[in-house]
Design a binder for this molecule. Sequence first.
Ligand code: CP3
Length: 340
Amino acid sequence: MTTSESLLLRAATGRPASRPPVWFMRQAGRSLPEYRALRVGTSMLAACRTPDLITEITLQPVRRHGVDAAIFFSDIVVPLVAIGVGVDIVAGVGPVVDKPIREAADLDRLRPLDAADVPYITEAVQTLTRELGPTPLIGFAGAPFTLASYLVEGGPSKDHALTKSLMHSNPDLWHALLARLADIARQFLRVQIDAGASAVQLFDSWAGTLSLADYEEFVLPHSRAVLEPLAGTVPRIHFGVNTGELLAAMRSAGADVVGVDWRVPLDEAARRLGPGAVVQGNLDPALLGAGPAVVDAAVRRVVEQGRAADGHIFNLGHGVPPDTDPDVLTRIVDTVKSLK
Ligand code: CP3
């Protein structure tokens, strides 16, 4: 089998597949004891700059669970760190920014990203695509809005009030900020595609905090500037949490596949997306601890509902929680593989 004939690429391009391919957002990470062992004494950002660690951590869930795709081990803030933005990843918190972006002069800190800024990404992707054989490698980047939310707030936020204030009170600065972030995100994806990634996912994790009107005016043009120029390279997956009202708009940004969280059943998501839609999702990660009977039934329901779309990539509705029993994930993979 070749990568282009893999279940993931077949589903992503709307071709018939014998069953949904399955992988998990955050499959590489703290749910795996072998990950925690490797990370002892190495910070998250240092790990993201070390090709041997990136490669090994990316491969761990493929070996253990037999998932149909690998997701590149990195983080959405890695390209920002690579151009010199002061941001760290604090365990149990997330990205924390030294000097939040609040005024026009702050934009000078966001210069364009060049492949030479991230040699470790190119090297690790090249090694991985060799080691993975036909199993596709998914590259990724953070979308302009989600990156901006960290840069403006200074860290994680529940209501994104500072971000929304900036967007409405200073739209010129907002659009200039998002244009720079779009450029960086597109370049980061391009580096991964050029090095051999078979698909990419643009994470707009926090876009669901916005109304559709605000999304369309303040975010969509910039996500489009990331995804549209990549048309014709590899399939583009676009995902966010709580985006039931935004699904069609997110597709229109240039997505071949739209990620759906657990709030909207996949058949309803397919209806909202319209003809030709390919969906990814959407098992509720909160069910992973509910026991095998609950999980099995939920997996079957997701697969059944996914048949309403032209293609379905099985996933969770968001990332694997760190306290997940990895055997539950392996069992989900086995269940999906048993469904023809
Ligand atoms: O397996 C994979 O999915 C690939 C690796 C991956 C990571 N981050 C590794 C990581 C991916 C795709 C991301 C993307 C990412 N990072 C997103 C979008 C996806 C989503 O979950 O919505 C976001 C919002 C971030 C920002 C970020 N980085 C957060 C919220 C955290 C968690 C902080 C914490 O400790 O709870 C991080 C750190 C991070 N990124 C970890 C991992 C494995 C944990 C850090 C550690 O292991 O020490």
